[in-house]
Design a protein around this ligand. Sequence first.
Ligand SMILES: [Zn+2]
Length: 531
Amino acid sequence: KEEARSRSEERGMESNKKRKLDADVAQSRKNLKVGDVRQGSECPYMDTINRKALDFDFAKKCSVSLSTHNVYACLVCGSFFVGRSTGTHVYYHGLHENHHLFIHLQNGKIYCLPEGYRIEDPSLADIKQNLHPRFSISEIRDIDRKAVYSHALDGENFLPGRIGMNNLGHTSWINAIVQCLVTITPFRNFFMDLENYKSCTSLLVQSFGELTRKFFNPRNFKGQISPHVLLQMISEASNKRFKIGDVCDPIEVLIWFLNQLHTDLGGSKRRNSSIVKRTFQGTVKVRTEKEPTEDNKEKPKGDKMDTTDSSSRISFEKKPFLYLSLSLPNAPLFRGGDTELFIPQVPMIELLNKFDGLTEELSQEGIRSTYSLSRLPPYLILHMKRFRQNQFDIEKNPTIVNFPIKNLDLRQYCSMDGIFSSADLRSKTLEELRTIMKKRKLSSKGCLEKGDLINCIVKAQPSVDTIATRYDLVGNIVHEGDLRTGADTAYVLQKSNGQWYRTQDLHISETLPQLVAVSECYIQFWELKTI
Ligand SMILES: [Zn+2]
């Protein structure tokens, strides 16, 4: 009984104290005009701010109630609370800990509480820039031109845009993807400028945009970043298909992510309808030929049986793509009785022969397909099919692909729209040639023979030489280990200083282009060179 009484007395004193504090606060607020704004020099608590305690990479929710609306960060200890009026978690945290300065995590306004006035001071700009980094058009333009190191609060130097990323539990896949995507100039620049997507309601778009802007923030308090919020949004938007704790296949994540961004940004089927398609979409021309069967065999024409004409069995189709998959040759791991591990090698050009318009692929239904590229994207994503599901497990093909870092020329795989080679034209009838000329408003005056018509068309069309077909490598993802337990590393080119970096989670190191070329590449990002 005695104990119970003393406890209730204690509680009474506690609530008396609370009431008195509330009354004091109410009194001090009465002296305050609504919307009172003061400068830093007028606030006695400015030197209690501890920038090292601030981390805005995490989900913006109250550490007590988990609410995500109207959340503030304490500028003294970094904790997040919902607030800021009397009786809220911010309010009590401030009173109990004697912490007075809070920043609203959505609008970035800074308040002194419980006094209740707002502070505007240039010395707080770095905190706001860490919460919501903003960049001018000229700052965005300079990203690929100037490499200026920044200092983190812990004294370490870092290069904005080439910083380490925390691994939150088997999440190297998102780190490798982000390191590559922020290297793709137009794609990155789109997300650097909030004006491009500020009205977009997709949390996936907003979180990727925020991560991109934090990545390049020269005033970052730390030389690293946590993809926590982006991973949460990916997990939600993909119905937990990709989530923290799971080793994911980076090509599956990448393609899902790009398609989702495209949709969320309001993209349609049109080629230029989103930054995703503008950057990565190309077109492949597929020629399919069905096997002659009783049904589609040419009907006899007159008395003659014509089996040479196969035009009714051949069809052409143009398919848009965001990436191209390349099959690796099946090679034995062991050579003869040799016990030494033998890793086969194959030149990239050999893998690309799939798109030479001649190499046939035969489907189970007996359909022969050939492929060629009818439109090259500004950035080409290549995927080496290293993983294959067999009866028991996912098998990895360790074949080394040899490729040049610069000037990968895809000319021989291109069948450009509307550009005919002389050979193409020679196979056409006079009638067809005249139709082409009419469409192109070319005069056939003075053309006496078929050869004249062909010359006339060839002269008037752009030369194949004026079309850009060469690519330089800018990003390369390597999946080390098997698909269930392995980790992803990204090799990326920093354009501002021409340096290649090897990035794995928090580890960023300079590397040589030769080392990129011998890596066990899995996903590559190529940039089309302008002529
Ligand atoms: Zn605090």
